[in-house]
Design a protein around this ligand. Sequence first.
Ligand code: HEC
Ligand code: HEC
Length: 217
Amino acid sequence: MGVFGRGSLSLAASFIVLFGVGAVRAENGKPAAVSPQAVQAKTAFCKTCHGQSGQGFLGVEAIPRLAGQQPEYIAYELTALKEHRRIDPFMSGVAGGLSPEMIQALSTQFKDFNPPPASPGPQALVAEGKKIYEEGVPSAEVPPCSACHGEDAKGAGEFPRLAGQLQEYMVRELEEWDAIRGLDAKNPDNAAIMSPITHKLTKDQKNAVAAYLSNLK
Ligand code: HEC
Ligand code: HEC
């Protein structure tokens, strides 16, 4: 066990309750309604970019996998995009038009899909990436990724699943983090948890850990 053995688990636990996207409730205490037809039509639109089974797509820009993603994380990100705490040329417009009720409904649409990884990175990097994922980089004070994202990288609540995510997408996010997430200084969010980690990892380490994760089923 390295420097970040047990301590990092309680580190993860201490973040879990930070910034919830509270469930949407109508005044009578029941979830506010959106019609199943509207949810279906909107989901079909999402699939034009994210893939028919939410597997993601590598085109001019890498479009992330949503399949098997934690619903709480999807709702949290759609809300962050809608509120301009996260920005993206494609998604900011898409999320801006979604009501809180629709965001809650969409968040569960992809959880039962289990397609194979859409863009697995090079096998040659997998062993190094696995080591970083499980042990962190103690010399650079990078905690094990598994402490927050889970041993199987399937995530939990607002901690995203990374298993099977596109390598190119993850590297881009880790490289550009502070320019695209956590952009409202008055309303800090979960982006602050990952930010220091993105500074401490080298580009080669990002490539390696993303290669490992992008091969996981
Ligand atoms: C025009 C293409 C396009 C459409 C349509 C689209 N997306 Fe996206 N989506 C993207 C791209 C590109 C990103 C990556 C943004 C980034 O790099 O930060 C993304 C990111 C996301 C993320 C963040 C994923 C993560 O792992 O952080 C979620 C959640 C998401 N989209 C959900 C949806 C939903 C729900 C819909 C339908 C209402 C939708 N998207 C429609 C292109 C699209
Ligand atoms: C202390 C907890 C914690 C640790 C440790 C951690 N993460 Fe994260 N990570 C998060 C949280 C929380 C988010 C979501 C942040 C947000 O939504 O703005 C995240 C998001 C990400 C994302 C973006 C996922 C997506 O779908 O867009 C990537 C990639 C990522 N982490 C990779 C890593 C890697 C690689 C490591 C290890 C080197 C790591 N994380 C360690 C908490 C952590």
